[in-house]
Design a protein around this ligand. Structure first.
Ligand SMILES: [Cu+2]
Length: 66
């Protein structure tokens, strides 16, 4: 489980775009997003670095929350 902070997330469209980008790398990934706290939880076997790179490319730079 990976928890990200994504400042650019602001609506349901963002959530769908982020989910689609993650599922391009791992079709089995699940994505739970909370627009209010700009927090996204990703359950995926994909490596973190390519996921973060793909999200940044999509316009959603993310930082990993610990
Ligand atoms: Cu949006």
């Amino acid at each position: 489980m990976l928890t990200l902070h994504i400042p650019a997330i602001s609506c349901g469209h963002c959530v769908r775009a982020i989910t689609a980008a993650v599922q391009e790398l791992d079709p089995a990934a699940t994505v739970e997003a909370d627009v209010g706290s700009k927090q996204v939880r990703i359950d995926s076997t994909a490596a973190h670095a390519p996921l973060l790179a793909r999200l940044a490319e999509e316009g959603y730079p993310a930082s990993i929350k610990h």
